[in-house]
Design a protein around this ligand. Structure first.
Ligand code: NAP
Length: 400
């Protein structure tokens, strides 16, 4: 820590999605080292009170709510402070455009794409938690990273593990990546049991504490499918070079196999502050107050192949990546709508993957070249999935 203080100037940071699970973990780390970090901007969607409290505590210069209807509440909550206030997509763009050295992209879903691109285009150091950005517009985002000189630091624990294992390695020595998956709360469930699970059961992840959307994605294993697409773009590897392995203990966060037969893994407690800290301190390691890994106590680490029959979302993501074009954009949009419908009690758990599959069929063959095209496909896929949800007969996927 003393060495880090001596070598790194104070870093200005912006957090897109500051009121969420990743955002709050990031603020927790920042609060422990105020001499190292200064907060430029914080954003939320509608949690104006939570955002205002964080902005006051951390001395942010700007606070932004994405939902314009929440502007007034945020303004009132920050009355008398030095924090500037903004709202809407322009406000989010302003937060991302401000000259922070480091930006945490942690808005859930493709809604994070615009602000993330803004931060990338000004060449910032961008810690990327929002995997949906890479699923929705991976080729475009990576091209923007290359042309702007931005530094993309993976926050997802699996991709962060791979990023750590690849440090100093030549691209041609990589043989394959092994993405680990916890298997989620329904790893041992039969399809019939899964048909009856409630949103509350689906968000209760056995190892990780996360936001609702990613927790449901973990339960369907769509999360691992999204991460497969994310890894393909981040590390520039072909689909057949990326393997998925279920590892229920969530201790080995992922691995890289090299051409000499060596396999490097990163291990740690399932605490998002560890990968976040790796990006926040980059290129230095900073202290994280998490319980230390005690492998003697854990005693056993297990691995198994995923079951595509019980977790069809994984197969759908694999097919979308293989198909390319706009299929991953449609997959992501349809999944966001289907997960929202499940959380709202409108459809059953197994209907999520069934709806995504139906949406992929309904949106087959769409073309997209530019960002505007991609956003149009995303919007169309959402509308078509909404229509499918409205007409959905839950019995089609076996729900009661
Ligand atoms: N949680 C994890 O452990 C974890 C791990 C790896 C990757 N990730 C990824 O990180 C991202 C965030 O996950 P999370 O679990 O932190 O989510 P979360 O707890 O649901 O938080 C989402 C954040 O995004 C904001 N937001 C939601 N919709 C928005 C919109 N339309 N426009 C602008 N802001 C919006 C929310 O604001 P409000 O609070 O006002 O709604 C909140 O600040 C996801 O892409 C997820 O896949 C998360």
């Amino acid at each position: 820590m003393a060495l880090a203080l001596a070598t790194q100037p104070r870093r200005s940071v912006t957090i897109l999605g500051a009121t969420g699970s990743v955002g709050r973990s990031t603020l927790d780390l920042i609060a422990r080292a105020p001499e190292r970090y200064r907060v430029e901007a914080l954003t939320a969607h509608s949690n104006a009170d939570g955002l205002a409290a964080a902005a006051r505590t951390h001395g942010a210069r700007l606070a932004v709510v994405g939902d314009p209807a929440c502007y007034r509440r945020l303004k009132e909550a920050l009355a008398g402070s030095d924090v500037a206030v903004a709202a809407g997509s322009e406000g989010l763009a302003e937060a991302a455009a401000r000259p922070a050295d480091w930006v945490m992209a942690a808005i859930v879903g493709a809604a994070g794409l615009g602000p993330t691109l803004t931060a990338v285009r000004r060449g910032a150091m961008v810690a990327l938690a929002t995997k949906e950005c890479l699923v929705c517009a991976g080729a475009l985002l990576m091209a923007e990273v290359a042309s702007s000189g931005a530094m993309l630091l993976p926050v997802d624990s699996e991709h962060n593990a791979i990023f750590q294992a690849l440090r100093g390695e030549a691209a041609e020595s990589i043989e394959r990546l092994i993405l680990t998956a916890s298997g989620g709360p329904f790893r041992g469930h039969t399809l019939a049991e899964m048909a009856a699970v409630s949103p509350r059961e689906a968000v209760a992840h056995p190892n990780w504490s996360m936001g609702a959307k990613i927790s449901v994605d973990s339960a369907t294993m769509m999360n691992k499918g999204l991460e497969l697409i994310e890894a393909h773009h981040l590390f520039g590897l072909q689909q057949d070079q990326i393997e998925i392995l279920v590892h229920p203990e969530s201790i080995v966060h992922s691995m890289v196999a090299f051409r000499d037969g060596s396999v490097l893994a990163q291990l740690g407690q399932p605490d998002m502050r560890i990968p976040i800290a790796y990006t926040l301190g980059w290129p230095e390691r900073i202290s994280v107050p998490t319980p230390r890994l005690d492998l003697g106590r854990i005693a056993r680490l297990t691995f198994e192949a995923p079951d595509p029959a019980r977790f069809p979302a994984l197969r759908l993501a694999e097919e979308a990546l293989r198909q390319g074009g706009t299929a991953p954009t449609v997959l992501n949009a349809a999944n966001e709508i289907a997960v929202g419908a499940f959380l709202a009690g409108r459809i059953g758990f197994l209907d999520i993957a069934a709806l995504v599959e139906a949406a992929l069929e309904a949106c087959a063959g769409l073309q997209a070249e530019s960002l505007d095209d991609i956003l149009a496909v995303d919007a169309l896929a959402r509308r078509r999935t909404e229509t499918l949800v409205a007409d959905w007969s839950p019995s089609r996927a076996g729900t009661a």
